[in-house]
Design a binder for this molecule. Structure first.
Ligand code: FAD
Length: 272
């Protein structure tokens, strides 16, 4: 199978989540089978414009979902596409979350901003298979409470037994019911999980993850229990362009989900 060859995908539905974030629902062509793991990403190709790595957000009604923030020369026109448009898609690429290996453990998801997108499918899976896991802790941080994507979904997770949902808004000035003012890391002191028997999965700005590591160390969560997904600007998705090198690793093919001890030496270093 040639992963450099894009397959076709039709935009069947677009949901505008916020003014600059939308979710694309894609019907895949039949060029080849498509099987993915939660946490993997695709390269989305807008013909004549360029390609960008975007995490797989989920799969619903036979359609693949990607949630995209319009930031630059590919993501803006991609977000402006009309339903019915065709794009190219390569993937899935990289390693996902090791959910099958985590049975019996408490799961702690720490995300900020659009960092919820690469994690949301893993949370859905864990909640659907709740009997296989211990407690499920979902911590999400945003700037303002109205920036939260999928509010109803978080409300539903809140109702699940042994599932704790905690939300933080860092730039809110007025206290809101069920919201904590401040950073997502501050929520860790409210989270109820067994630090000796948990696995943490993180996604968001790197400073948030660096800071979370310190909080987790204070809570005696072992480094071996921590996974994180990283973002780098790259072109190929298969370790050829070299733009996403991280020490001896490439984020595209050795990540984007990494076991923290694997990359500890290079993680959070400026310029790496
Ligand atoms: C594995 C992976 C998964 C991703 N998943 C998602 C996702 O689910 N949803 C989503 O919206 N985005 C995601 N991204 C980020 C997305 O790929 C970039 O936003 C996109 O490449 C920007 O391309 P552009 O051509 O539109 O912007 P450009 O015109 O290239 O850049 C616009 C601005 O964004 C900055 N920028 C571009 N790419 C990155 C980057 N990767 N990291 C930091 N700054 C960057 C540039 O420096 C510039 O300031 C992911 C990235 C990776 C590596």
């Amino acid at each position: 199978m040639n992963y450099m060859l894009p397959m076709s995908a039709i935009l069947v539905k677009k949901e505008q989540e916020t003014p600059d974030i939308c979710t694309l629902h894609l019907a895949l062509g039949r060029e080849r089978p498509f099987v993915f793991h939660f946490g993997q990403f695709n390269m989305l190709y807008l013909f004549g414009v360029g390609e960008v790595p975007i995490s797989i957000m989920g799969w619903r009604d036979g359609h693949l979902m990607h949630t995209i923030r319009a930031v630059g020369h590919v993501t803006r026109p991609l977000s402006d596409l009309a339903e019915g448009s065709q794009i190219g898609l390569r993937g899935p690429f990289g390693h996902g979350w090791p959910l099958e290996q985590l049975e019996g453990r408490d799961l702690v998801f720490i995300t900020a901003g659009l960092g919820c997108a690469p994690v949301v499918a893993a949370i859905h899976y864990a909640v659907r298979n709740k009997d296989k896991y211990g407690r499920i802790i979902i911590l999400q941080g945003v700037k303002h409470h109205q920036d939260l994507l999928w509010q109803q979904q978080y409300d539903k997770w809140r109702e699940v037994k042994d599932c704790q949902v905690l939300l933080a808004a860092s730039r809110e000035t007025q206290r809101k019911q069920r919201w904590r003012l401040g950073l997502v890391t501050g929520l860790l002191e409210l989270a109820e999980f067994n630090p000796k028997h948990c696995t943490v999965m993180m996604c968001g700005p790197e400073m948030m993850m660096v800071s979370s590591l310190k909080y987790l160390a204070d809570l005696n969560v072992p480094e071996e229990a921590i996974y994180m997904t990283l973002e780098r600007n790259f072109q190929c998705g298969v370790g050829s362009c070299g733009h996403c090198q991280l020490g001896p690793y490439f984020v595209c093919k050795d990540g984007p989900v990494f076991h923290y001890p694997q990359i500890k030496q290079w993680f959070g270093l400026r310029g790496v």
